[in-house]
Design a protein around this ligand. Structure first.
Ligand code: F6P
Length: 533
């Protein structure tokens, strides 16, 4: 499919002019003072997610020009091509169809294959959840990247919906400090291992799977029991069979690893929360898919978020975005988004392989609120860089501690207001600074206590963190990443950047035993010398 490079469009040039004339110096406090309707003008409602985008450094003209940019690069045609199963992952010659995994039965591409695996996987999940009959108490998912982060993040987020008699473990790192303490807690007859790997070749996962297998054989002493206690989720059924796994749940090469939560890779989550809740997760994602596919670009939340990302990255020059979920259950969301966004859009050439003269994926990072407030928020308020923050607030908790929840929400609202409002030196001068040294001048103290303000943030609001809401939220992020990737003219669906390290690791493995440093760079040779006997 032909594509139009964003920096060669009329809208891009117009945005550059608009940035110079109005965008760079837009002051949010003045913008709110000028326009009492600003909150309403920049509010968007998508399925399960309300978004307040009014505290961002854009105006209605910016939004119109960004939307024109989306039209000019053919965003809608690109979206429709992806949803229609065209091979939009050009460097791997694959379709990109995670949306098909959450389409209702009979709708969407590959529906019969998708629902056959889904039905089988959910029936299996229910059989494990019948702990009286299954005897299973511990489920260990061994996988990494997309075969870990999605189910691990979602299982934590949906813990209030989880089976109380099952403990979920997620082992990903090839560092033995990950699996060793987990194995110590297990008894083989009560344990189900899920070996999760799209390719079934990933070094870390295969190594951990072998460790688990050896532990199991040593403890249970029976090769035959492996078949009952190990299952695989993979596209490579023959490799799983070669490992001795007979129960496998497959998926397809058109499901990217970081988009695979909805596939068989979601099995540990399905075991934790059960079939009904897993289907609700899929339904929430599907509702967001419909919104993305049909809402006009102006009111399309993933599209508008993706456009805002482009505005900040390429015009304001902001190189990172902080995600602050004010919900402890979303503690792993930033890590999940790091893979989703940075592995997708961390690219330096366009679809034709031409080097890009503009920035792509920002660094995405964060911690749950309020913890982050007592760590890095200092930099967000008074540091020299501007970092847009994304607050995620949930109106109703799943616990009964109403007072704690009120405090949590007040903190979230306070932080986004403080970032925007700041505090002038004049205001700081009127305050008492009880702890300041008596030798410091009043003005000096006030300058330390000044906040520049005008720091942008978005707030996403969920009613409750239900399976359906989480499904919608994650799908929202997927389509947002698609949007910015489409504007940048890159392929968000490959990940060649991880290959070089893998190849060098294979070269270094035998050298760690032999100490042979021939042909290595000076630093690696020096370090190898210190690590080998
Ligand atoms: O790090 C590269 C990567 O290929 C990710 O894209 C993927 O999610 C992860 O490794 C795990 O791959 P697999 O599921 O094939 O084990």
């Amino acid at each position: 499919m032909d594509f139009q490079r964003c920096d060669q469009t009329v809208a891009w040039t117009a945005l550059q002019g608009h940035y110079q004339a109005h965008g760079r110096d837009l002051d949010l406090r003045e913008a709110f003072a000028r326009d009492p309707q600003r909150f309403e003008s920049f509010a968007l409602q998508a399925p399960e997610v309300f978004a307040d985008l009014s505290k961002n450094r854009w105006d209605l003209v910016t939004r119109r020009l960004l939307t024109e940019l989306a039209r000019e690069v053919g965003l809608e045609a690109r979206r429709d091509a992806m949803l229609a199963g065209e091979p939009v992952n050009t460097t791997e010659g694959r379709a990109v169809l995670h949306t098909a995994l959450r389409a209702p039965r009979g709708e969407g591409l590959f529906s019969s294959e998708v629902h056959e695996v889904l039905d089988r996987m959910l029936a299996f999940a229910e059989s494990v959840r019948d702990t009286g009959a299954s005897g299973i108490r511990h489920v260990v998912n061994i996988g990494i990247g997309g075969s870990d982060l999605g189910p691990a993040m979602a299982a934590r987020a949906l813990q209030p919906f989880a089976h109380p008699g099952l403990t979920m473990h997620f082992v990903s790192n090839v560092d033995g400090h990950d699996i060793a303490p987990v194995l110590q807690r297990l008894r083989p007859e009560e344990t189900l291992f899920i070996i999760a790997s799209k390719t079934f070749t990933t070094q870390e996962t295969m190594a951990n799977a072998q460790v688990a297998r050896q532990w199991f054989l040593a403890e249970a002493g029976s090769e035959a029991a492996i078949a009952r206690h190990f299952v695989g989720t993979t596209t490579n059924l023959s490799a799983a069979a070669a490992f001795g796994i007979h129960t496998t749940f497959g998926f397809w090469d058109w499901v990217g690893g970081r988009y695979s939560l909805w596939s068989a890779i979601g099995l540990p989550l399905a075991i934790a929360i059960g079939a009904e809740h897993f289907r609700a997760l899929l339904a929430g994602a599907h509702a967001m898919d419909r919104h993305f596919a049909t809402a006009p670009l102006e009111t399309n939340l993933p599209v508008q978020l993706g456009l805002l990302d482009v505005w900040y990255r390429n015009f304001h020059g902001f190189s990172s975005r902080s995600v602050a979920p004010y919900h402890q259950g979303l503690a792993r969301l930033p890590a999940y988004l790091q893979q989703l966004e940075m592995e997708s859009n961390g690219k330096q050439v366009d679809l034709d392989g031409q080097p890009l003269p503009y920035g792509t994926s920002p660094v995405v990072w964060g911690e749950p609120g309020t913890n982050g407030q007592h760590a890095y928020f200092q930099q967000l308020h008074q540091g020299t860089d501007v970092v847009p923050v994304e607050f995620i607030l949930v109106k109703t908790p799943t616990h009964g501690h109403a007072d704690l929840h009120t405090k949590l929400l007040a903190n979230g609202l306070a932080q986004s207001a403080a970032l925007m409002l700041g505090k002038t030196t004049e205001a700081a001068l009127t305050e008492k600074a009880p702890t300041a040294s008596a030798t410091l001048g009043k003005l000096t103290v006030a300058r330390h206590r000044t906040f520049p303000g005008n720091r942008p943030s978005s707030t996403l609001l969920l009613d409750r963190l239900t399976p359906r809401a989480l499904g919608a939220l994650v799908a929202l992020y997927e389509h947002r990443v698609f949007t910015s990737g489409a504007i940048w003219g890159i392929n968000p669906y490959d990940q060649w950047g991880v290959e070089l390290g893998k190849a060098l690791c294979n070269d270094l493995l035998p050298r760690l035993a032999s100490g042979d440093a021939t042909g290595l760079d000076g630093s690696t040779a020096g370090l190898l010398g210190r690590l080998t006997p």
